[in-house]
Design a binder for this molecule. Structure first.
Ligand code: COA
Length: 265
């Protein structure tokens, strides 16, 4: 995998049963900035050409976080137009992952919040370690999920659970995520990658062509297609960046204090 040598925030490791793609920005709990998204996009393009039939495992560096969200330091000063472009770009990368022809698995250790949960939800299968934590805390920052989370969470866990998580911003543990169907399996701490590799082995015995057709068929069978919802999500996400509460919410996070939001919406 020499073609990936120049990457700064993603590592690609070929294993016998799968290719492991790791978000490696541990200092920031693997938060997604534009560079990480661009590198992920590049990696998916190369893998699509080279080994499109091999299962793909997405994980985060270290045990504390899968991905703790989009990078708040990068978003704090975005204009609405920049936020719209950021949302569309992230949506595009995650859609590429969702439509990847082989089986994709998120191996989740620690926090999968905001964009981290959205990244995990763009995979076919989510395997969580006991210390995994899931949530969409964006409203506490004065914004909404912008990388497909409003659409995928409702599809995966149902609209009531999606609204509950998005409106409260609360963080749930792996067992609660299993209960609402957000993850497929919970394993002991430190075992998510091992279990994902073994899951890959199990699907490898099936026809790769049949798997890619099955993914397309299941995706087409979903009650509401991603089209309009995604576009509305990007517009609404961008609108938040024209409002006082986004600047205040993100500055408060970076300054490690409680945000003071406007009383009127
Ligand atoms: N964007 C940018 N930086 C982030 C980040 C994010 N989404 N999540 C964490 N970090 C950074 C922190 O700012 C901190 O940096 P510092 O060491 O320079 O202060 C570092 O990662 C470690 O995080 P910290 O908050 O100190 O760890 P913690 O264990 O106290 O809390 C979390 C962990 C995940 C609960 C907390 O970091 C958090 O709430 N992160 C934001 C989650 C979020 O709102 N995501 C959605 C974004 S749209």
């Amino acid at each position: 995998m020499e073609r990936f040598g120049h990457l700064q925030a993603i590592t690609v490791t070929p294993e016998d049963t799968a290719t492991v793609v790791t978000v490696a920005r541990q200092k920031f709990l693997n938060a997604l900035n534009r560079m990480v998204l661009a590198e992920l996009d590049f990696v998916l393009d190369v893998l699509l050409e080279d080994v499109p039939n091999k299962p793909l495992i997405i994980t985060g560096e270290g045990s504390r976080a899968f991905v703790a969200g989009a990078d708040i330091g990068e978003m704090v000063n975005m204009t609405p137009d920049e936020a719209l472009a950021f949302s569309r770009f992230g949506q595009g990368v995650f859609s590429k992952l969702e439509t990847f022809p082989s089986v994709t698995i998120a191996a989740v250790n620690g926090y999968a919040l905001g964009g981290g949960n959205e990244l995990a939800m763009a995979c076919d299968i989510r395997i969580a370690a006991k210390n995994a934590r899931f949530g969409q805390p964006e409203a506490g920052l004065g914004i909404i999920p912008g990388f497909g989370g409003t659409q995928r969470l409702a599809r995966i866990a149902g609209k009531p659970n999606a609204l509950d998580l998005i409106l409260t911003g609360r963080v749930i543990n792996a067992d609660d995520a299993l209960r609402i169907g957000l993850v497929h399996k919970v394993v002991d701490e430190g075992k998510a990658l091992e279990e994902s590799l073994s899951y890959s082995r199990a699907v490898l015995k099936n026809s790769p062509f049949a798997l890619s057709q099955a993914k397309k068929a299941v995706s087409g069978a979903e009650p509401s297609g991603p089209g309009n919802g995604m576009s509305a999500e990007a517009d609404l996400f961008s609108r938040c960046f024209a409002h006082h509460d986004q600047k205040e919410g993100m500055k408060a996070f970076l300054e490690k204090r409680r945000a003071k939001f406007q009383e009127e919406p």
